[in-house]
Design a protein. Structure first.
Length: 247
């Protein structure tokens, strides 16, 4: 089956110590609304491990029903003077208490990448997740993702990592990709990073992308308590708790 979804990827800047409240607000309070009103699924909500990237930060990833589904969602959102759905005014006001802004991108999956419901059924889980933002030669993003499938999955898999997401960034010069990998344990992450300098399989992967991958940044993520890859399901209305109870 070919993955024909489209994804919204978000880097969110968190205010102070509000990350736990924001992640709960996104999963328990937004996900049921997005699913009911827009057919949007939560692919993942993660907190960035501060020692490996910006902090405090959250990474959100939403799965839409292709370009038409995304267009419908955006049309619904922007058809009001304030470019926000009036029925969600209270939700937006609450979210504004926890975030100051962010940076979004639209992602197109590699055809072989599994959607979130398939990943959940397969029991894919991670104690940590490696998130790689890769800059490639303009026009070569599709080629890079094929090399991920043919070489990268085997190299990373030999060190315990499992592929979760493989995307190219839309609305730019076919020059950026995003990869997400599940890591079973903290020790597996340490072995993987150590292997960047020592493991011959990683060396072969680097050779396979030499001349196409210009630069990349890898950060470490941990998923939110109600994220689908942690619970095996989409967040539900019954998951809601008063935000003042969230530490």
């Amino acid at each position: 089956m070919v993955n024909d979804k489209v994804y919204i990827h978000e880097f969110i800047d968190i205010i102070g110590h509000a990350r736990a409240k924001y992640m709960h607000h996104m999963t328990a309070n937004w996900c049921p609304i997005g699913r009911a009103e827009r057919g949007q699924l939560c692919f993942g909500v993660w907190g960035t491990v501060g020692s490996t990237g910006r902090w405090p930060e959250v990474v959100n990833l939403w799965e839409e029903h292709g370009w038409d589904g995304l267009a419908k969602s955006l049309a619904h959102e922007t058809s009001h003077p304030g470019m926000q759905d009036p029925s969600l005014a209270a939700w937006w006001a609450e979210a504004a208490k926890y975030r100051r802004g962010g940076l979004d991108r639209i992602l197109v999956p590699a055809p072989w990448m599994r959607p979130i419901e398939e990943l959940c059924r397969a029991g894919v889980r991670g104690a940590f997740y490696a998130h790689e933002l890769v800059q490639v030669v303009p026009g070569s993003a599709r080629d890079f993702l094929e090399r991920v499938r043919d070489v990268g999955i085997g190299a990373y898999g030999a060190l315990g990592l499992q592929p979760v997401g493989a995307f190219r960034t839309a609305m730019r010069n076919d020059s950026e990709c995003v990869l997400i990998w599940a890591i079973p344990r903290a020790q597996d992450w340490a072995a993987f990073e150590r292997g960047q300098d020592l493991d011959p399989r990683i060396a072969r992967w680097r050779d396979a992308i030499r001349g196409i991958a210009l630069d990349w940044q890898r950060i470490l993520l941990v998923d939110a308590p109600l994220a689908p890859l942690r619970t095996g399901r989409q967040p539900q209305e019954s998951d809601r708790r008063p935000l003042e109870e969230i530490a």
